[in-house]
Write a protein that binds this ligand. Structure first.
Ligand SMILES: Nc1ncnc2c1ncn2[C@@H]1O[C@H](COP(=O)(O)OP(=O)(O)OP(=O)(O)O)[C@@H](O)[C@H]1O
Length: 491
């Protein structure tokens, strides 16, 4: 449920538009026609997001914005203005406003910006904490009690209250963002904003401006000044996911920001001071990368003063069962299902699987299984095809890394022959081959999708899609500037 408050002296049109884009019952859109009324509403309703007109009958939008900050500095506020007053809205962003929209509203843009703001609000509020009750179904709960996870919890406890940068490492889907949220929420800046940005998901050319802002005219298309995340989030916490994918030139700018808390916008001379806590995450081995000159060693040392590593799911032993129970409870509630128990053979299949996409992949596997399930018991046949017969599924998957061994495993899988009730063997083996081949090619290509796609002879687009299906987050692995190779089937 998203709660949106609109403050606008002529609220009828904008309210109709907002309700069209964010309809009930999933959203509540409340309206105020003056600043004072809006502040009252905010105090009472504690909305997720506010849309604020710059011109109000009783005060300027800017004054109301400052008052909203005093009520709760975390609420994302989006200014609504006409294009000629954009400068004022940009000024507001310097003070931490989330974004601005122009009247008349473009509904597509309205959806995009407000949805982004809902997501930011969710990250700040959804409590991320180590679950005391392993059977909780709370969304932000961090569950598991494997020894390596207990070390992680201790590290969160030690570092949260200290206002220092943190580096979180671990494979894709191991819970790095969840841990970053927990550190933020238990830290001294928990009443201030938390903004997250994935360095691998933003083209290199835009990343600098996204983080540090730009001046008008600094490059083609820069028709207005832009305030970057580091300026906007002054006083708060920034989570930079996939920091290993940050271009080296930008790493220098980030290092200076960490050392001196100053930077310049792209194309600007003014030195800007900001006070932001940085939490960074990566699935790369930054130590090796810094030894090889692929990541700035000085930045690595600065970031890794306090680092914590999340173990892969396959090394968490019985946590698999705890996580399965946790997600079953959550998913049953979300999907209106009644699957209360898991058959021992299902656990066997799940624990034989290497989980390249870790907890995220487990979550999506269980979701798929619940869609198939009938009755209260989760049987192996409800699992996705990749979990088929243990001999076929796991031997093929396990041979990662050594091609001759992998080939042998596939032969072993086929030696069992076919059974009359076999179905979709062709596509099933293909899927297993993908699970084996794609991560190996990505490893070999040091995470470059372009290179891996070339090696495999498939389009990068196809590779991305398949990685996603495997539960591996393709955003980690993007290298944006290279053109796609021509599309060819994997077979
Ligand atoms: N220990 C855990 N307990 C409960 N849920 C978890 C745990 N670890 C991860 N999750 C859930 O798994 C999903 C993936 O976690 P998250 O996004 O934090 O991983 P990540 O390491 O940041 O992934 P990526 O590197 O792909 O961005 C999220 O939905 C998260 O809530």
């Amino acid at each position: 449920m998203g709660r949106l408050i609109l403050i606008d002296d002529e609220p009828a049109l904008i309210a109709r538009q907002a309700r069209q884009v964010f309809p009930a019952p999933d959203h509540v859109v409340a309206v105020a026609a003056s600043g004072a009324e809006g502040l009252d509403l905010i105090r009472r309703e504690r909305p997720d997001v506010v849309l604020l007109d710059l011109h109000l009958p009783d005060a300027t939008g800017f004054e109301i914005y400052q008052a909203i900050r005093r009520i709760d500095a975390r609420i994302p506020v989006i200014f609504v203005t006409v294009a000629r007053t954009a400068d004022a809205a940009i000024e507001a962003m310097k003070q931490g406003a989330y974004d601005y929209l122009f009247k008349p509203l473009d509904l597509h843009r309205l959806r995009e910006v407000v949805e982004g703001a809902f997501e930011v609000a969710r990250r700040m509020r959804a409590p991320a904490a180590v679950a005391e009750d392993p059977d909780t179904d709370a969304p932000g709960a961090i569950v598991g009690s494997a020894p390596a996870m207990l070390e992680v919890y201790k590290a969160i406890g030690r570092v949260a209250a200290q206002d220092v940068p943190v580096l979180i490492t671990g494979e894709s889907g191991t819970g790095k963002e969840l841990v970053a949220q927990a550190i933020y929420q238990h830290g001294p800046r928990s009443r201030q904003p938390f903004l997250a940005l994935n360095c691998a998901a933003i083209p290199e050319t835009l990343l600098e401006s996204e983080l540090f802002g730009h001046e008008r005219g600094s490059f083609t298309g820069a028709d207005r000044r832009r305030i970057g995340k580091f300026e906007q989030c002054n006083g708060g916490t920034i989570f930079l996911d996939e920091i290993g994918d940050m271009p080296v030139a930008l790493q220098a700018k980030l290092l200076r920001l960490l050392q001196e808390q100053t930077f310049e916008r792209v194309g600007g001379d003014e030195t800007i001071h900001t006070d932001v806590r940085l939490i960074a995450a990566t699935h790369r081995d930054l130590k090796t990368w810094s030894n090889e000159g692929r990541f700035r060693a000085d930045l690595y040392y600065r970031l890794s003063v306090f680092s914590l590593n999340l173990p892969p799911l396959r090394e968490r032993g019985d946590d698999l069962r705890i996580l399965v129970r946790h997600f079953l409870r959550r998913l049953n509630a979300e999907m209106g299902r009644e699957v209360r128990d898991v058959a021992p053979e299902t656990y066997d299949r799940l624990s034989e699987y290497p989980w390249p996409g870790n907890v995220r992949e487990l979550q999506s596997t269980l979701k798929q299984a619940l869609l198939q399930a009938s009755g209260p018991l989760l049987l192996p046949r409800f699992l996705p095809e990749a979990f088929g017969e243990p001999a076929a599924a796991t031997t093929a998957v396990r041979g990662r890394g050594d091609r001759s061994e992998a080939g042998l495993d596939l032969t072993v899988a086929l030696e069992g022959g076919f059974r009359p009730d076999d179905r979709d063997v062709y596509s099933e083996l293909h899927r297993q081959l993908d699970r084996l081949l794609l991560p190996a090619a990505m490893d070999f290509a040091h995470g470059s999708q372009h290179q891996a796609a070339l090696i495999l002879g498939i389009a990068r687009q196809t590779l991305r899609q398949k990685l996603k299906q495997l539960g591996l987050h393709p955003a980690h692995l993007v290298d944006h500037d290279e053109p796609d190779a021509p599309d060819q089937p994997l077979s």
